[in-house]
Design a protein around this ligand. Structure first.
Ligand SMILES: [Zn+2]
Length: 419
């Protein structure tokens, strides 16, 4: 069976063997990548998470003439989703081949793509050494993608600040090697409310934090219902409108204590035509408008009942709103140069598709980099126990990335080979 393994298998297996669950350190994996680039005299730039335990890595292979701006980004996340509570038939952090499939955490999402890119790096270096690399090729490895594309923005900011402005970016999320040109925006926010605890029998003397939390939840649900009823619509998406809701809410201690604390987390997914800012403005207006007013009014009433100084209870209230993840929607035109190129590289002119999940492609696009998603494996197998990828998908990806490298070089692009 071994002779049938894709050539990039050793690299993929090596990456799978380094556990990089989101939120845990990915530095051993980053070091592994750095070492491989270092062998070719290339040094990347790390950008770290706040606590320094995770890092993005951005490495530029300059064009043969030394140019570092323009060109194309090969982009992928280094983190994987947790395996806790999942029933695996084999060690998730050991690549295992059974039949025509490779199993392991990250096999499809998305260490296969990263492994293929690393495997082909020497070919790119050879093009550069031959003097034919026309534009630079950049490698962007991010952390914490799986918890809301948290890592990539600082990496994008960093290379932009250095004057590197890539023309294109291919994010290798599993797409069964189909071109995806659009996805929804994805956002995660947290709101916490602090009221004033009292014995339940003295309810009017307290301020119940569950009330504004519930009001916010209903408000967001109404907003989502209005999107469903009035649009905007894009029928190319499975759910053809923006969506949202409060999906986590925790409040209070027990039934007879006026709840002092409530905390919720919400999610909203926007069509590419709906900006993050427009939704945030609506949420903020409601939170810092009517909901806050009613919350404060409850405290003012309690002050009167207790004959407390005006404002003494109101000032103890708190509403805190944090946006924890923001991924803008991706919308690359069906006839954009990168889409046409990718169709050529794949030797497949199928129309690009749209997906509901958010990716870093939206963040690259926001930075002015024309972006698509195209990667090996089926998103249906991502995040599941016994995550797997068809070996054939890995081979197709090898051919695809090789085509990208050929495009980046002055060598005539191959259009006659297809894995
Ligand atoms: Zn992914």
């Amino acid at each position: 069976m071994n002779q049938d393994l894709p050539a990039s298998y050793p690299w993929i297996a090596r990456l799978i063997s380094i556990p990089t669950e989101s939120g845990s350190s990915n530095l051993p994996l980053i070091e592994e990548l750095e070492q491989a680039f270092g062998e070719h005299g290339l040094e990347g730039v790390r950008t770290y998470s706040e606590d320094g335990t995770r890092a993005n890595l951005f490495v530029t292979v300059p064009a043969s003439d030394g140019k570092v701006t323009g060109g194309i980004v090969i982009s992928g996340h280094t983190d994987v989703v947790p395996v806790a509570g999942q029933d695996w038939d084999s060690d998730p952090f050991e690549a295992t081949v059974r039949g025509t499939r490779l199993y392991g955490r990250g096999a499809c999402d998305m260490k296969a793509y990263l492994g293929v890119a690393m495997h082909l790096l020497p070919e790119l270096i050879a093009l550069r050494a031959a003097g034919t690399l026309r534009v630079p090729v950049h490698f962007a490895f991010s952390y914490d993608e799986e918890i809301g594309c948290v890592g990539a923005p600082s990496m994008i900011h960093e290379f932009s600040a250095r004057g590197i402005h890539p023309e294109f970016c291919v994010v290798g999320e599993p797409s069964s090697m189909r071109v995806i040109s659009a996805h929804k925006g994805a956002h995660r926010g947290r709101v916490s409310f602090t009221g004033i605890a009292k014995h339940g029998s003295l309810a009017p003397h307290g301020v119940n934090a569950t009330v504004p939390a519930a009001e916010f939840s209903v408000f967001l649900n109404d907003l989502a219902n209005s999107w469903a009823a009035e649009g905007p619509f894009d029928s190319d998406f499975v759910v053809p409108h923006s969506t949202g809701g409060v999906n986590y809410l925790r409040a209070g201690v027990q039934y007879n204590i006026v709840a002092e604390r409530a905390e919720l987390e919400y999610d909203f997914r926007t069509l590419p035509s709906v900006s993050t800012e427009s939704v945030l403005e609506t949420l903020d207006a409601e939170l810092f408008g009517p909901i806050t007013q009613r919350f404060n009014a409850a405290a003012a009433r309690a002050e009167q009942l207790a004959e407390a100084p005006a404002g003494s209870l109101v000032e103890r209230l708190e509403i805190k709103h944090e946006l924890l993840a923001r991924v803008p929607g991706l919308k690359t035109a069906d006839d954009a140069p990168l889409v046409l190129l990718a169709q050529h590289w794949l030797n497949n002119a199928a129309a690009p598709e749209k997906v509901t999940y958010g990716t870093e492609a939206g963040q690259f696009q926001q930075a002015g980099v024309q972006s698509i998603i195209c990667g090996p494996g089926d998103i249906a197998q991502a995040h599941t126990p016994n995550e797997w990828i068809e070996l054939e998908q890995i081979r197709a990806c090898e051919d695809f990335i090789r085509q990208i490298f050929m495009w980046a070089s002055t060598t005539v692009e191959r259009s006659d080979t297809q894995a």
